[in-house]
Design a protein around this ligand. Structure first.
Ligand SMILES: [Zn+2]
Length: 68
């Protein structure tokens, strides 16, 4: 199950306006054969992780960064 990570700022979730890391999992031929998915590349799951601080310098990712 390949995973794709995308950093979003601001969040696509309307309840939260900060930065998020979104991980999406896609189905492979193996997943289809195992009956876990109907089609190859079908999105199986999606996780959203809240990012409050920059992982490189520790700066707070607040409202100010939203408009850039
Ligand atoms: Zn930084």
């Amino acid at each position: 199950m390949p995973r794709i990570d995308v950093l979003f700022g601001p969040s696509i979730n309307s309840d939260y306006s900060g930065w998020v890391l979104v991980s999406k999992f896609y189905a492979t031929e193996q997943d289809v054969r195992a009956g876990e998915a109907e089609m190859i590349n079908e999105e199986l799951s999606c996780y959203e992780l809240t990012i409050k601080f920059c992982p490189f310098c520790g700066e707070e990712l607040n409202e100010r960064n939203k408009t850039t």
